[in-house]
Write a protein that binds this ligand. Structure first.
Ligand SMILES: NC(=O)c1ccc[n+]([C@@H]2O[C@H](COP(=O)([O-])OP(=O)(O)OC[C@H]3O[C@@H](n4cnc5c(N)ncnc54)[C@H](O)[C@@H]3O)[C@@H](O)[C@H]2O)c1
Length: 292
């Protein structure tokens, strides 16, 4: 988007951390805000902050795992502001544990919030952004856990965050030639309240028990020392204004992605010399390479 002043942004997970950082950055740039979160109390606190600063703000309690609530939030945004230009699919949670430790409800909750919540957001808001014919932008928050293996105990989170980045890559290709930009935010360590994620676990997904949101003591400390979420909010605004797709909060983490690709490259090299493939002389690869 070339200009965001006077435009409306809808943000999920807006009552804390990076969602709140985005709301503050957008408000400073003259945007109107529709803030959504599952935490009603915290949302009311945040609303007070913006109202005190004379920001045109609306709030809605919305659990992104519930498609009907996301659809209702999109309708409420149009009712309140007439149009919506920016969607930030930012709400995210985690419960850590190995395959043997995690319950089906643990998986359903993580995938429900982090992956399906993003899909519900895009499906509900995209038609409304297209309708007015002005510029728009869809930003979704993923993680370095959507680029590399975060280690034992991270499977649902890793899976959901890989999904967000590829869903957004496909969306970008579908919106080519339109005035609607797409970005993905990849936070490294950011100092937020994600460690308390279990607080926001709805009853229908059961309980996290004593399973931590962030497996591993070092990881929790790593987050505490992380970036200020308001800085991340400003980075997101900058990315929207420059139509930048990948937004990384910690560019040093490129090394971890390179290590992953080295392993993938090794797999291609091994396969190229495997007896089965050498013997089969399989046709068709050139066509596939061209298509991808
Ligand atoms: N903090 C980090 O270091 C870090 C790193 C990588 C990725 N992320 C991602 O950043 C995003 C923002 O998280 P954060 O770190 O600011 O955490 P946070 O806990 O401070 O904020 C998340 C917000 O999402 C809300 N929320 C939780 N479940 C919800 C639901 N079902 N529907 C609607 N809202 C819900 C919470 O109430 C909270 O206000 C998440 O997607 C997270 O996975 C965080």
């Amino acid at each position: 988007m070339k200009n965001v002043k006077g435009k409306t942004a809808f943000i999920t997970g807006a009552a804390s951390g990076m969602g709140l950082g985005m709301a503050r950055a957008f408000a400073n740039a003259g945007m109107k805000l529709m803030l959504a979160d599952i935490d009603q109390e915290q949302l009311a606190e945040v609303e007070k902050e913006f109202k005190a600063n004379k920001i045109d703000v609306g709030t809605i309690v919305c659990d992104v795992t519930q498609r009907d609530q996301v659809v209702a939030a999109a309708d409420a945004t149009i009712e309140r502001f007439g149009k919506v230009h920016v969607l930030c699919n930012n709400a995210g949670i985690n419960v850590g544990g190995t395959y043997e430790e995690l319950s089906q409800q643990d998986w359903d909750w993580v995938i429900g919030v982090n992956q399906l919540g993003v899909q519900y957001g895009i499906s509900a808001f995209l038609p409304k952004i297209k309708l007015h014919g002005e510029e728009g932008h869809i930003m979704s928050t993923f993680s370095m856990a959507g680029m590399v293996n975060a280690g034992p105990g991270w499977a649902p989170y890793n899976a959901s965050k890989f999904a967000v980045v590829i869903m957004s890559e496909v969306l970008k290709s579908e919106l080519k030639g339109t005035d609607i930009g797409v970005s993905v935010l990849c936070p490294g360590a950011v100092s937020t309240n994600i460690i308390d994620a279990a607080k926001h676990r709805p009853e229908e997904f059961g309980s996290s028990g004593d399973k931590p949101a962030i497996p591993g003591d070092d990881m929790a400390q790593f987050l505490e020392l992380g970036l200020d979420p308001d800085v991340v909010g400003r980075l997101v605004l900058e990315g929207i204004l420059q139509n930048q797709f990948y937004l990384f909060t910690d560019p040093r983490m490129l090394k971890a992605v390179e290590r992953r690709f080295d392993k993938i490259r090794q797999g291609f090299e091994w396969s190229a010399h495997s007896q089965s493939l050498v013997d089969s002389k399989a046709p068709g690869a050139d066509v596939a390479v061209e298509y991808l």
